[in-house]
Design a protein around this ligand. Structure first.
Ligand code: NAI
Length: 334
């Protein structure tokens, strides 16, 4: 499915078989730790025909470098030096992936990034609402539990809101849960993860993995590891940022799911989206199982009935946290 046998085999594994498709994907924050490997993986995806890279600096270099990879897609780089750079990057985009913003340093929570990243996501969402209001937005910038409500409020204000098209990317939590359980099972299986994308709001549903037997101690330890797996990376990088490579892999996988849905496939994914599942509790956004089609979210599936009591309690504990973050995001735009 790639242009030659020498193409990236690792990248190939996260993409499905190609069908001819015209898709422009824009990456905002493309020169960053996530943005660069994510752009590389998107360049390797034959479903992407135009790759548009935007950052406040260094984008021409990244675009020139990625642009030499021998797949047929066209790569263009824009920076903030060009007054219309952002606008040009977004024109005609079907998918806009946003990893722009600062990452965590040791000891920080994702919410500590709010003051810097809220404004960045608001401004980029504003540009998307003006230039490509029908594009699907994939928000990676943290705190996702707040940045998704921020983008939604911007779209509402601009009168172009479509909740089916705004996604908080929680795929890294799924990738981690699957990897950590892989060690135990000796094979890679999918592990559902619901809730949000910060600490205790990340809820892996190990009860849904067939054939998995965990003691309570193992379950507690694995749950904690998925919830705080990001801290392992932040600590190991020792002040140089947070997860970038695994995030790029997870983000590229999610983008591929949306591109497959665009091409007419019905795809099942997990994402942080506008949801009525906990409307009674006053919650607007929740990550759960969603069916995707070419318009974005086609259907939001309820939590599996067979989740354990332990997992139900984790969901209950997460709800007030999620509520706080979503109110903080929405109020920022208001
Ligand atoms: P980084 O600092 O390496 O890269 C961020 C890039 O954004 C930089 O190149 C910077 O120039 C650019 N940028 C800043 N303001 C911008 C603007 N207004 N317009 C366009 N570009 C702009 O950071 P890294 O490691 O790539 O992380 C990016 C974000 O992703 C952080 O907020 C981090 O917390 C988040 N993240 C999210 C994860 C998730 O699972 N959703 C996982 C890991 C990180």
């Amino acid at each position: 499915m790639f242009a030659s046998r020498n193409s990236l085999k690792v990248a190939a594994r996260c993409f499905s078989t190609a069908t001819p498709q015209q898709s422009k994907v824009a990456v905002l924050g493309a020169a960053g730790g996530i943005g660069q490997p994510l752009s590389l993986l998107l360049k390797a995806n034959p479903r992407v025909t135009k790759l548009s890279l935007y950052d406040i600096h260094n984008t021409p270099g990244v675009a020139a470098d990625v642009g030499h990879i021998n797949t047929l897609s066209e790569v263009t780089g824009y920076s903030a030096k060009d007054q219309d750079g952002l606008k040009k990057a977004l024109e005609g985009a079907e998918l806009v992936v946003i990893p722009a913003g600062v990452p965590r340093k040791p000891g920080m929570t994702r919410d500590d990034l709010f003051n810097t990243n809220a404004g960045i996501v608001r401004d980029l969402a504003q540009a998307c609402a003006e230039v490509c209001p029908k594009a699907k937005l994939l928000i990676i910038s943290n705190p996702v539990n707040s940045t998704v409500p921020i983008a939604s409020e911007v779209f509402k204000k601009a009168g172009v809101h479509d909740a089916k098209k705004i996604f908080g990317v929680t795929s890294l939590d799924l990738v981690r849960a699957s990897r950590f359980i892989g060690d135990k099972l000796g094979k890679i299986v999918d592990v559902p993860v619901v809730g949000g994308h910060a600490g205790i709001t990340i809820i892996p549903l190990f009860s849904q993995v067939k054939g998995l037997q965990l003691t309570n101690e193992e379950r507690d330890a694995l749950t904690y590891r998925v919830q705080f797996g990001g801290d392992e990376v932040v600590k190991a990088k020792d002040g140089l940022g947070s997860a970038t490579l695994s995030m790029a892999y997870a983000g590229a996988r999610f983008a591929d799911s949306l591109l497959r849905a665009n091409a007419g496939e019905e795809v099942l994914e997990w994402a942080f989206v506008r949801s009525d599942l906990f409307k009674k509790e006053g919650l607007e956004y929740f990550s759960t199982y969603v069916k995707l089609d070419k318009n974005g979210v086609k259907e939001i599936l309820p939590l599996p009935e067979s989740i354990s009591q332990y997992e139900r309690e984790l969901v209950e504990k997460a709800i007030p946290e999620l509520k706080k973050s979503e109110t903080k995001g929405a109020s920022f735009v208001a």
